[in-house]
Design a protein around this ligand. Structure first.
Ligand SMILES: C[S@@+](CC[C@H](N)C(=O)[O-])C[C@H]1O[C@@H](n2cnc3c(N)ncnc32)[C@H](O)[C@@H]1O
Length: 312
């Protein structure tokens, strides 16, 4: 399907593409976001990420509300609000969260901590490390804690700006028991993902596990009600190159691709929970190669929580 000039998804892609072409695009994008509005974090968004915290805990064999002491966790792709790293730290873990771009700022971190504190106080979420929760509340009232790092490090969360493909220079990540990601893998090219999975295997503890939340749907569908979550599978590589850009990059990988990359890097999928759509969603779509040769079962997965162990 040729994009029409006024298609909403196409306008979004074009505007983001122009910004992405500028030098230092990610930093520029962050500055624009800060200018346009103060950080906003809804409780429903927070709670959706808290479900990831609980799923990562379950991936280690624990339930929400039970602790994760003596565990070292590495998160790939911090993003803008450190909900999952704080959630795991408030269950007793030591967390290193890595992003190749420094999105965190004190206002976003404080807002995350405030929402966490409020939801816990109203009984909507549970934590298992009361001393860390008390410290979080103390930090919220401390005007001296001015940087994202000063707010997070007392709570056992270390933010690191680094490329996860090469972590030799980040010793805090070595020996990790758990590697997690949240809505991040779909934004990373396949070859880079392969190198990240191999690096995690190399630096992880002998009993290391991974727990990844992946969103496999076309993210442009969230901006344009006229397209569905599989629309991007109808765009030829040349058209997709025009629509895809560094800022909102989507790799279009399907579940079987992730399984292959994990296997090739030395990991074994030991559990997964999938959300799939009805086959009717593919009706009328002219899928392009390689998607036209894939099974509907594979194509229709839109969300996946994948847990892996080291291959024996
Ligand atoms: C969609 S955002 C993360 C969202 C966040 N985890 C959340 O749940 O809100 C994906 C992040 O992955 C980061 N990223 C992409 N490739 C990376 C790499 N090779 N190493 C480290 N971070 C990377 C990007 O900079 C971006 O901030």
């Amino acid at each position: 399907m040729t994009p029409r000039v006024l298609d909403r998804w196409w306008l979004k892609a074009a505007a983001q593409g122009v910004l992405a072409a500028a030098p230092g695009a990610a930093v520029l994008d962050d500055r624009l976001r800060r200018r346009v509005r103060a950080p906003r974090l809804t409780t429903s968004y927070f709670r959706s990420k808290w479900q990831h915290v609980e799923a990562h805990l379950r991936a280690t064999g624990r339930e929400a509300g039970t602790g994760l002491p003596d565990s070292r966790v590495v998160e790939l792709g911090t993003g803008w609000f450190p909900i999952v790293p704080l959630g795991l730290a408030l269950h007793g873990a030591t967390v290193v969260t890595i992003d190749r771009t420094a999105h965190l700022d004190p206002a976003r971190v404080r807002l995350t901590m405030q929402v966490l504190s409020d939801l816990e106080a109203s009984g909507q979420i549970r934590c298992a490390a009361p001393e860390r929760l008390a410290q979080l509340r103390e930090l919220l009232g401390d005007p001296g804690a001015r940087t994202a790092r000063q707010l997070l490090e007392p709570l056992a969360v270390t933010p690191v700006v680094a490329d996860a493909q090469a972590l030799s220079g980040v010793p805090e990540t070595h020996g990790a028991d758990l590697f997690v990601s949240n809505n991040t893998l779909e934004h990373i090219p396949a070859d880079v993902l392969g190198r990240i999975f191999a690096e995690f295997l190399r630096i992880g503890s002998p009993r290391a596990r991974m727990s990844h939340y992946i969103d496999l749907a076309d993210h442009y569908a969230g901006f344009d009600p006229r397209i569905n979550e599989f629309h991007f599978l109808t765009l030829t590589p040349a058209r997709w190159r025009l629509a895809n850009n560094r800022l909102g990059y989507q790799n279009r990988l399907r579940l079987s691709d992730y399984h292959r990359l994990l296997r090739e890097a030395g990991w074994r999928v030991s559990g997964q929970r999938l959300t799939s759509r009805s086959v009717r969603q593919l009706e009328g779509l002219e899928l392009v190669s390689p998607f036209d040769a894939m099974s509907a079962e594979d194509l229709l997965v839109v969300k996946a929580h994948v847990v892996t162990d080291r291959r024996a």
